[in-house]
Design a protein around this ligand. Sequence first.
Ligand SMILES: Cc1cc2nc3c(=O)[nH]c(=O)nc-3n(C[C@H](O)[C@H](O)[C@H](O)COP(=O)(O)OP(=O)(O)OC[C@H]3O[C@@H](n4cnc5c(N)ncnc54)[C@H](O)[C@@H]3O)c2cc1C
Ligand code: SF4
Length: 536
Amino acid sequence: MSDNHYDVIIIGTGAGGGTLAYHLAPSGKRILILERGDYVPREKANWDPQVVNVDAHYNAKESWLDKDGKELHPHTNYYVGGNTKFYGAALFRLRKEDFGELRHHGGISPAWPISYDDLEPYYTQAENLYQVHGNRGEDPTEPPANSPYPWPAVSHEPRIQQLSDDFARSGLKPFHVPVGVMLDEKNPHKSRCIRCNTCDGFACLVGAKSDAQVVCIDEAIKHSNVTLLTNSLVKRLETDSSGRSVKSVVVERSGGVESYSADVVIVSSGAINSAALLLRSANDRHPRGLANSSDVVGRHYMGHTNSVMMAISKCPNPTIFQKTLGVNDYYFGSEDFKYPMGHISFVGKLDAITLKAGAPAIAPNFTLELMAKHSLDFWLTSEDLPDPNNRVTIGRNGKIVLTYTPNNLEAHQRLQGKLKQAMKQTNCTMHGHECHQGLFGRHLYVGQQIPLAGVAHQNGTIRFGHDPKTSVLDPNCKAHDVDNLYVVDGSFFPSSAAVNPALTIMANALRVGDHLMKRLGVFQAERTAQAVMAQV
Ligand SMILES: Cc1cc2nc3c(=O)[nH]c(=O)nc-3n(C[C@H](O)[C@H](O)[C@H](O)COP(=O)(O)OP(=O)(O)OC[C@H]3O[C@@H](n4cnc5c(N)ncnc54)[C@H](O)[C@@H]3O)c2cc1C
Ligand code: SF4
């Protein structure tokens, strides 16, 4: 067998690929990981809002096209660890009901081919692996879990605690957001995380965020059977003459083209790039794109309807780590609106530099600097529904084209309305109800919503399901049309739910990893023995 042949090739090192690599590494199988990016350089600029948020220094340096052929610069990151290097590490389980069919104001959110109970053990494993800090029992929509969070929740700072108390007094059930940061509040002198204000959207300079590089890839490559090639862009997958098996992975690397093969090939390049890779890999046997007899590859793109709303108060908000509070009371609806609305939480604390890049309407008597000092910066997420016409295609010069028409917007507007109402009821001891000055959207975003280039929560383009006519992957995330091809990034989602996606991608990668272990003839005992040997 040639040196370029492996048992497993994994393409991409983000939440899906990185987690799977970690899980398979102790198997002893020869594993090749291909990542188009490099490591995020460790430099002071990692934590500089001007460099990160205004100059977009770490964003992908390519352009895609929208449906009208206009260029868009995607807010996505190509590095070891993928987008988890920059994520806010809010690590939520989907709700149990999200796995079934749900009726929304804008239409139907379809059922998944697996149930919450199928994924529950893997959610627990993923929470342990990514050191999630949270408190069970606070979130009114939380699904049942078989064990507590491995770490207690990250505490609220005083301004957020005050808001939480206000919300609770008005009848809401605010909760601590589960987050993957390596913070040890009981032993601050030993804590790897220093609880800083540059976490959400920034790479962690001290390696204390639970991202897929630090937690998974760094550990996986300690095993001698695992090879990571960075700066290796996968261009195409080629099949054998039957079309049933991927026989070579074509890679652009160091200015040349290389070819690798494996018994099992796993695509995990992010929902948009994975779909693009399959479409670009069309051949005689797969004329519409690899594994695309259903014509579903690239379709049903979802990315959530998100918005950032700044609530300005007379009282200042000196919070450093703001992403600790969530409200899910409206997730499934309310008395006056019987459809799901979504989830309310926070982004990292906004500062004046970042605000200049997307200046909000200025509150009366406030400057931008003053607004940044007084704002509570909310993050609102509503579910967008899978529409076959919202899709990834390949356009002129081989560029990615992202066609998207927002849907289910009434749910999001209602959610914004609920937040407005809740903020009006806040009652501070110094200014009473007058403390709250209003809600302001960041005007960077058309209609106050994150624009198309904001593809942070991309999912759904290579959906899994039982029926090969309506899905690309089977319930094990293997392509219906190809015997050795799997996809484990966010593309497999049949619906987007309304909580952040990363923990579900990680848990599913662990689930698919168990299936692959059986397929490759690796047994749990053997894996455990090898894991122990690797640590000796
Ligand atoms: C600023 C920001 C904040 C976020 N905050 C949160 C949060 O708080 N909670 C949450 O759950 N989610 C959050 N997300 C989303 C989360 O990061 C993603 O859902 C998750 O990383 C997706 O995992 P993935 O495996 O699908 O893809 P990615 O993590 O994007 O990984 C894909 C990998 O594939 C590589 N790749 C792409 N194409 C190729 C190719 N052709 N050849 C080789 N390699 C390739 C990429 O470089 C990348 O490393 C956030 C995202 C961003 C950008
Ligand atoms: S808050 Fe902690 S994990 Fe986040 S960037 Fe700062 S040190 Fe890193």
